[in-house]
Design a protein around this ligand. Structure first.
Ligand SMILES: NC(=O)c1ccc[n+]([C@@H]2O[C@H](COP(=O)([O-])OP(=O)(O)OC[C@H]3O[C@@H](n4cnc5c(N)ncnc54)[C@H](OP(=O)(O)O)[C@@H]3O)[C@@H](O)[C@H]2O)c1
Length: 317
């Protein structure tokens, strides 16, 4: 099969197209012909030698956690997902081979029928971002009517979905983004948009119940500064890993709660997300689509850090 692989970690140029052996499913896995692959920061971090790169057992390795595609081999004869069914989901890379390839194997408990109102490109943009946002707002955050929710990096993949889910839960939503994204984020449901290039958010907001921190202390001590705008007992969900190792202790010292989070893919949550999309209650924005052969260019774009919504690779061509 064709795949965009890397022979070692490094810059975007390590991503090259190549023939590789066909994937082989384990028990409980389906084989999917990939139509499109979402691009996520974890892909770029792993490619660069961070992220999940320590788990790569051998090169060449295939990146890509997000996908939409068609079942070509079911997990078993009578499983509900059968050849020809269009599915979407998230695969654990590098434990399994990724979605920057014609085919992948994935546990059937980690996939669902893709939203019927989306193209495969749009559907491939959804899983990692939406599952993470769902975790922050619904499962862990349990946001409810009247809560004040602050979403950092609201214009990105996770953020633009978190804004919509928080609004849907009845929360008052404060978003940070650059000014060019303000009007769009208001359309998605943000009540206030703070332009982080013009003002420091701690000077203009407060009484926050839930912080969805998609930046951490990678930039401008965003994580630490978030504690200054929270209510006692409020919850900070720290999404990027590693940039702020003391976040739990720092939050506890101020009388706040804090947790990390990991995107987990399961059929029930993906189905719930697909239903929201198909009923028009949740939208995903694809900023740019690239042919999978141009994955390096997509990574360069992602690493600029200013994607609006998602980047997607077209795998079928
Ligand atoms: N734990 C997990 O399972 C998990 C899952 C998913 C993602 N993550 C992590 O979460 C983080 C966000 O992921 P993502 O996919 O949403 O990223 P992304 O789409 O690449 O985020 C890009 C967005 O960040 C915004 N941004 C950049 N600097 C900012 C700042 N100082 N303040 C506010 N916004 C800023 C940009 O908005 P402007 O263009 O307006 O500047 C842009 O829209 C990444 O570190 C990723 O690795 C973790």
């Amino acid at each position: 099969m064709r795949a965009t692989v890397m022979d070692g970690v490094g810059g975007p140029e390590v991503l090259v197209e190549r023939d590789v052996p066909m994937v082989v499913p384990a028990i409980g896995e389906a084989v999917v012909r990939v139509a499109a692959a979402g691009v996520n920061p974890i892909d770029a971090k792993t490619r660069a030698g961070g992220g999940a790169s320590a788990l790569i057992r051998e090169f060449p390795a295939v990146l890509g956690v997000d996908f939409c595609g068609t079942i070509v081999r079911p997990a078993f004869d009578t499983h509900p997902l059968q050849p020809g069914d269009e599915v979407y989901g998230m695969v654990s890379v590098p434990r399994l081979s990724g979605s920057y390839a014609q085919f992948l194997t994935v546990p059937v408990i980690a996939i669902a029928r893709s939203p019927r109102t989306l193209t495969p490109t749009q559907a491939a943009a959804v899983p990692c971002a939406a599952l993470t946002a769902w975790g922050c707002i619904v499962t862990v955050g349990a946001a409810k009517r009247g809560d004040r929710v602050l979403v950092h990096a609201a214009a990105g993949g996770v953020g633009h979905i978190a804004v919509q889910l928080a609004k849907r839960a009845g929360a008052y939503v404060v978003a940070t983004a650059s000014g060019r994204n303000a009007a769009w984020l208001r359309e998605l449901g943000a009540d206030e948009v703070i332009d982080y290039r013009e003002e420091r958010f701690e000077n203009v907001t407060g009484d926050i119940d839930i912080v969805v921190d998609l930046i951490g202390n990678v930039k401008d001590d965003t994580g630490t500064r978030s504690l200054r705008v929270m209510r006692p007992g409020g919850l900070l969900v720290s999404v990027p890993t590693g940039s702020w190792p003391e976040f739990r202790a720092d939050a506890a010292a101020g009388g706040m709660r804090a947790t990390d989070i990991k995107a987990l893919s399961d059929t029930a949550t993906l189905t719930a997300i697909a239903e929201l999309i198909d009923s028009g209650e949740l939208a995903v924005h694809v900023d740019r689509e690239f042919p999978v052969a141009d994955a390096a260019e997509a990574h360069r774009e992602l690493e600029k850090g200013h994607t609006r919504g998602k980047l997607v690779l077209n795998v079928q061509g």
